[in-house]
Design a binder for this molecule. Structure first.
Ligand SMILES: Cc1cc2nc3c(=O)[nH]c(=O)nc-3n(C[C@H](O)[C@H](O)[C@H](O)COP(=O)(O)OP(=O)(O)OC[C@H]3O[C@@H](n4cnc5c(N)ncnc54)[C@H](O)[C@@H]3O)c2cc1C
Length: 467
C-alpha cells in the first residue's frame, strides 16, 4: 500500500489526522507539497495575490515541515506547477494507491480538488479528504451546514452546549522514505527580512510561540484585557500567523488552554482565547454554507450598496497616507510586517468602507496580498461584516476613528512608533494632527502636506461626536 499525502494549509506533523492515519496503514507514505504559481498572479489592482512577506513565511513553513518529516524518517517532495498536472503524474510514477488531502471549503481549492480527483480517477487512484482545519469537527456540529445560524452567538451556544472538541492525533513515530525519489526544492526567494518586526514561519516557531505566550510569559491569564492592544508582540497570541498555514492545530491550542487552566489558572481570559478560535471556526462554516457569495459585492445578504471605485483614494489608504494617524500607522505596520492587530483591522476596514465608501472587496484583496495570516474565510468573512453585507446585520457597526484612537492608543505610542514624523506632538493632539495650527506645526516640527499628509477627510465629524 502506498499513500501520497498532499499537504496544503496543514503544514505540520502534530495533530495531523491524514498523516497519522496514513502512517497506520502503511510505512510507504509520500508527503508532497505543490507550489502552485497561480497563487502569485498579479491582480487587476496592480499588486500580487500573495505578497513577499507571506511568500517568505510560506517558504519557511514548507522548509520546516520537511525538517519535521525528516525527523520521523520521512521527507517532503516539493514540486512547482499545477496540482492537477503534477499529482496524477507523480501518483502514477510512484505507483500510489491512494491520495490523502485536507478538505477545504472555498472555490479555488475545491475546484482544484475536483480536477485532481478526476485525473486520479482515470488512473484508478482514489482521493480521501480529511477535515482538519477547525477546532470543532464539521461532522460534530449539532446542525446541518444549511441550518448554520446566521448569528454567531446562536452558533456558539449550540456548539458549546452539545459538542466536544476531538482529541489531537499523535505524531507518527516512524515512516520510511525511498532513496531513489527526487525530493525537489523550492525556488530561490531572497526577500530582505524586516528585521525586528518579522515573524518566522513553520511548526517549530508556532509551538515555540505557544510555549512562550502560555508557559514562559504567562500571558494567557490576562489575554482578555490585553487583546485589543496594537503595539508589540504580547498583547495577543499571534497564533493566526501559524494557524493560516496549519503550522499549529487549533485543537492543540485548546488542549494547552485546558492544561493551563488545570495547572495555572482558569478565568475569563483563558475562555476568551477559545471564544476567538470559535469565530475562526464560524467563518469557515459560513464559507461552506454560502459558497462564493462571500466574495460577491452584495455579500451574503445580497444587499445593494453603491461603492466608489476611486483608485486614487484607495492608493492613499493602501499606502498609509490618509492623514489620519491611526489608519496610517496600521497600514504602515501591515506594509512592513504583514501583520495588523484585530483592533487595527476593524478600524482601517471601517474607515475604507464607511468613511471613504470604497468597494470593500478592494480592501479584502489588499489584505489577502499583504497579511501573513491571510485566511480566506476569516478575511472575507470579517470584511463582509465590516462592510455590512455579512449575515448578521447587527454586526454592522460604524467606528469613530478618533474615539477609537483615544481609547486604544491614549498616549499616542502606537502611532508615533509607525509614524516618526509625529514624534514631537503631545499625546492629546497627535491623533487629530490635521487640526494643528501653523504655529503648532512649527513648534512640533511637523509640516502638514510635507512631513505628514493632510487629512483626506474632515476629521471634525469625529471630534464633534467625540465630545
Ligand atoms: C477586516 C478583517 C480581516 C481579517 N482577516 C483575517 C485573516 O485573513 N486571517 C485571520 O486569521 N484573521 C483575520 N482577521 C481576524 C483577526 O483580526 C485576527 O485573527 C487576529 O488579529 C490575529 O491575531 P492573534 O492571533 O494575535 O489573535 P488573538 O486575539 O490572539 O486570537 C486568537 C485566535 O483567534 C482567532 N480570531 C481572533 N479574532 C478573530 C476574528 N475576528 N475572526 C476570525 N478569527 C479570529 C484567530 O485564529 C486568532 O489567531 C481579520 C479581521 C478583520 C476585522
Amino acid at each position: 500500500m502506498k499513500i501520497l499525502l498532499w499537504f496544503r494549509n496543514d503544514l505540520r506533523v502534530h495533530d495531523h489526522e491524514a498523516l497519522f492515519k496514513a502512517s497506520q496503514q502503511t510505512s510507504q507514505v509520500f508527503p508532497l507539497y505543490v507550489l502552485d504559481p497561480s497563487i502569485f498572479q498579479e491582480l487587476a489592482m496592480g499588486f500580487p495575490k500573495t505578497g513577499n512577506l507571506r511568500t517568505q513565511f510560506l517558504f519557511e513553513s514548507i522548509e520546516n515541515l520537511r525538517k519535521n518529516l525528516q525527523s520521523i524518517g520521512s521527507n517532503l517532495i516539493v514540486r512547482v506547477g499545477y496540482p492537477e498536472e503534477i499529482i496524477p503524474t507523480l501518483a502514477k510514477e510512484l505507483l500510489i494507491d491512494e491520495v490523502f488531502v485536507s478538505e477545504e471549503v472555498t472555490s479555488e481549492e475545491t475546484e482544484m480538488d475536483t480536477l485532481v480527483e478526476l485525473a486520479l480517477k482515470l488512473e484508478g487512484i482514489k482521493m480521501k479528504f480529511f477535515w482538519q482545519s477547525t477546532l470543532y469537527h464539521l461532522d460534530d456540529l449539532p446542525m446541518e451546514i444549511e441550518n448554520l445560524p446566521n448569528i454567531f452567538t446562536q452558533f456558539r451556544n449550540q456548539v458549546e452546549k452539545s459538542t466536544k472538541v476531538r482529541s489531537t492525533f499523535p505524531i507518527p513515530q516512524h515512516l520510511s522514505f525511498p532513496e531513489n525519489v527526487e525530493v525537489g526544492a523550492l525556488p530561490k526567494f531572497d526577500f530582505p527580512r524586516a528585521s525586528q518586526h518579522s515573524y518566522k514561519g513553520g511548526e517549530d516557531e508556532a509551538l515555540k510561540r505557544l510555549e512562550e505566550y502560555f508557559w514562559q510569559k504567562d500571558l494567557l491569564k490576562t489575554y482578555k484585557e490585553t487583546r485589543n492592544g496594537m503595539l508589540g508582540l504580547d498583547y495577543s497570541s499571534k497564533f493566526s500567523l501559524w494557524l493560516a498555514n496549519g503550522c499549529i492545530s487549533p485543537r492543540y491550542i485548546y488542549e494547552q488552554v485546558k492544561k493551563y487552566e488545570l495547572e495555572r489558572t482558569q478565568n475569563e481570559s483563558t475562555y476568551w482565547l477559545i471564544f476567538e478560535l470559535l469565530w475562526r471556526d464560524y467563518f469557515r462554516f459560513v464559507a461552506l454554507k454560502y459558497g462564493n457569495k462571500i466574495f460577491f459585492e452584495k455579500g451574503i445578504q445580497g444587499k445593494a450598496v453603491v461603492w466608489k471605485k476611486d483608485k486614487r483614494v484607495f492608493e492613499k489608504w493602501r499606502m498609509g497616507e490618509t492623514g489620519i494617524p491611526l489608519i496610517d500607522a496600521n497600514m504602515k505596520e501591515l506594509l512592513a510586517t504583514g501583520f495588523m492587530s484585530n483592533r487595527g483591522r476593524q478600524n482601517v476596514a471601517s474607515f475604507l468602507v464607511k468613511d471613504l465608501q470604497i468597494d470593500w472587496r478592494w480592501g479584502a484583496s489588499w489584505f489577502e496580498s499583504q497579511l501573513i495570516d491571510y485566511d480566506v474565510c476569516s478575511n472575507w468573512g470579517n470584511w463582509l461584516y465590516v462592510a455590512g453585507v455579512g449575515n448578521d446585520p447587527r454586526e454592522n457597526r460604524y467606528f469613530n476613528i478618533l474615539k477609537q484612537a483615544h481609547n486604544y492608543d491614549e498616549k499616542g505610542e502606537y502611532v508615533k512608533f509607525w509614524l516618526p514624523a509625529l514624534a514631537n506632538i503631545p499625546a492629546e493632539k497627535v491623533h487629530s494632527v490635521a487640526l494643528l495650527t501653523q504655529e503648532e506645526q512649527r513648534k512640533f516640527s511637523v509640516q502638514l502636506g510635507i512631513d505628514y499628509p493632510k487629512a483626506m477627510i474632515d476629521i471634525r465629524k469625529w471630534s464633534i461626536k467625540n465630545k
